[in-house]
Ligand binder design. Structure first.
Ligand code: MG
Ligand code: ZN
Length: 225
């Protein structure tokens, strides 16, 4: 019984990877760099995008994943960037993650040829988004200091699959019992290659490292990396 269930799960992930490769082909063909942004709910993903998009001298678009509603995509659409809202509650069983097929279903709404950078804001969840490749170039994990500093040990798969970890809301460090050094060390223990950035949307210049990372993503794409 147990073995059968494992096979079903592997089959579903194989099917997902096939669609992810098709997405990847379309992204490469259009020359668009794709970042999959993942975190628990409330870590600040939408704020990171809201602040970054006007600062980047690249043509950026967003694919906004939520179970329902359009609160986040409304915030981003106000910046006059192309935003597509993907609700997993509408036809996808209210899934708590995006998979390659959901992303594929939304690509028709985006002019990929007109974009340099596409950010996929995944559904807030640290478990299953990490299981589903969607054809992205890189995954960025967001953790805020109002969460537990042992997150990397509790959700190692998410940290292992990421290229970047953003520690957000660092302006609150003097006010909360959060050991940032320990959190970053745990993240590196799980994934020694993880890039680490500490950022704050409330401090002047506090998001510059994030903007620079996104610009570097675009530059890597132009360099064919
Ligand atoms: Mg959001
Ligand atoms: Zn899920």
């Amino acid at each position: 019984m147990h073995r059968t269930r494992v096979k079903v799960a592997e089959g579903a992930l194989d099917a997902n990877d096939t669609i992810a490769r098709a997405n990847r082909h379309d992204f490469d063909h259009a020359g668009v760099r794709v970042v999959n942004l993942m975190s628990a709910p409330g870590s600040g993903k939408t704020t990171l995008l809201e602040r970054a998009l006007p600062e980047l001298d690249v043509r950026a678009g967003v694919l906004e994943g939520d179970v329902q509603g359009s609160l986040d995509s409304d915030r981003l659409a106000a910046l006059h960037v192309p935003v597509v809202q993907l609700n997993t509650g509408a036809g996808f069983g209210g899934e708590c993650h995006l998979d390659a097929n959901m992303v594929r279903s939304a690509l028709g709404e985006l002019e990929l040829e007109e974009l340099d950078l596409l950010v996929i804001e995944n559904v807030g969840n640290l478990v299953c988004p990490a299981e589903f490749r969607v054809g992205e170039d890189a995954r960025a994990m967001v953790c805020s200091i109002t969460e537990g500093e042992d997150k990397p040990l509790k959700y190692p798969h998410a940290f292992r699959a990421a290229r970047l970890m953003l520690l957000t809301k660092t302006d609150l460090l003097p006010h909360v019992p959060f050991d940032a050094a320990r959190c970053l060390a745990l993240a590196r223990r799980v994934n020694p290659d993880l890039e680490l950035l500490q950022v704050s949307a409330a401090s002047p210049g506090g998001l510059q490292p994030w903007y620079a990372w996104l610009r570097a993503q675009r530059a890597a794409s132009l360099a064919g990396a």
